[in-house]
Ligand binder design. Structure first.
Ligand code: PLP
Length: 400
């Protein structure tokens, strides 16, 4: 439509919507659908955090705040970065937004000029390339296959950098694979960046606290302090604190960048919800005891899903380090025909047939830039996971 902006034409509609629309249609038609597509914990927000939100309402803390976050929350974030990551930010170096998503979007809008390149390792979180396109930049997708654990090698990073590169977007543990970079693996990447002073790092640490089996989370500015002045360390309370609906994300970075992000926010959404900001203060300053408790549940579910999917004919499912996703390969299913007669040419057809024939909704790998795979979110009950994996096993066993 000519009325719509040319910029919008650069962006594809979300490929995940096709799966969720079909799942909802099947559900509405009375089918027994098990959804493994959701990117959020099924746990409730902890009581102390909910209480802080309620108390904020009762105390009338319901007015505008500073556009990029109130001082009490910025201080809690400064303290968190120091305590957990060894990073020394001042409040003027902190930005708070309506979810991690807004933070990443503001940063890209604040920095990209036409033709600027952003390196995005794939599989990636679905929004990165489209946010880059909306901001006028060019995504440079680097495919990181299952053979290297879905991790980018230093050689791949070196080869992807050009004089036009502005950012590397880094995400560990990752959505959609759950793969995390060890300190050594990350150091190998930061060593490459040291040789290219024009490249900045946008690190998306959203799954920091969801790391298992002793995996030690680390973040670029801590692993290589020489990168501190060109790193935007992004995080949020959505995942670890089961606060997806509260919409609070934040970042630490150089003052000029944080000020530019504030300018965008002050002319668009203004402050994130004041009540949510008070709840986020409690999330960061209050007890963290529920995190290891929740992680025990996630590990149990991860192990259940990995074991059952590896027993499915034609699937290969690596064990992730964190987050709540697995990203099995369906290489062994390509070219086969389902019981209902569908030829599996790619992962999109696999996911559609799986949903139609078994009622299990997963997201196909092409949506995340690396095929042939699919993503399972295991942030749902053990019973639902067991039933879903049994159906996947049957579906794969019946391929011919
Ligand atoms: C890797 C990653 N980054 C950022 C976000 C956005 O989080 P928020 O809900 O706080 O906007 C998500 C949510 O799915 C995510 O998976």
């Amino acid at each position: 439509m000519a009325f719509l902006s040319a910029t919008l034409n650069r962006v594809k509609p979300s490929p995940t919507i096709a799966v969720s629309t079909l799942a909802n249609e099947l559900k509405a038609a009375g089918r027994d659908v098990i959804g493994l597509g959701a990117g959020e914990p099924d746990f409730d927000t902890p009581q102390n955090i909910k209480d802080a939100g309620k108390a904020a309402i009762d105390a009338g803390k319901t007015k505008y705040t500073a556009p990029d976050g109130m001082p009490e929350l910025k201080q809690a974030i400064v303290d968190k970065f120091k305590r957990e990551n060894g990073l020394d930010y001042t409040p003027a170096q902190i930005s708070v937004g309506t979810g991690g998503k807004q933070i990443l979007y503001n940063a890209l809008m604040a920095t990209l000029n036409p033709g600027d390149e952003v390196i995005i390792p794939a599989p990636y979180w679905v929004s990165y390339p489209d946010m880059v396109l909306l901001a006028g930049g060019e995504p440079v997708v680097v495919e990181c296959p299952i053979e290297t654990g879905f991790r980018m090698t230093p050689e791949q990073l070196e080869a992807a950098i050009t004089p036009k590169t502005k950012w590397l977007i880094f995400n560990s543990p990752s959505n959609p694979t759950g793969a995390g970079y060890t300190r050594g693996q990350l150091k190998a990447l930061t060593d490459v960046l040291l040789r290219h002073p024009h490249v900045w790092v946008m690190t998306d640490d959203m799954y920091e606290h969801l790391a298992y089996d002793g995996f030690e989370f680390c973040t670029p500015a801590e692993v290589e302090p020489a990168l501190f002045d060109r790193t935007l360390t992004c995080n949020g309370v959505s995942k670890a604190y089961a606060m997806t609906g509260w919409r609070i994300g934040y970042a630490g970075g150089p003052v000029e960048l944080i000020s530019a992000m504030r300018k965008i926010q002050s002319q668009s959404t203004s402050n994130p919800c004041s009540v949510s900001q008070w709840a986020a203060v409690e999330a960061l300053n209050g007890t963290q005891d529920f995190i290891p408790e929740n992680n025990k549940v996630f590990v149990r579910r991860r192990d259940l899903v990995v074991e059952m999917l590896n027993q499915a004919k034609g699937l290969e499912c690596p064990v992730p380090d964190g987050a709540f996703y697995v990203y099995p390969s369906i290489k062994g299913c390509i070219g086969k025909v389902t019981k209902a007669g569908t030829l599996i040419e790619n992962d999109e057809i696999f996911a559609k047939a799986l949903l139609e024939e078994t009622g299990v909704a997963v997201v196909f790998g092409a949506a995340f830039g690396l095929s042939p795979n699919f993503r399972v979110s295991y942030a749902t009950s053990d019973d639902a996971l067991r039933e879903a994996c049994t159906r996947i096993q049957t579906f794969c066993a019946e391929l011919s």
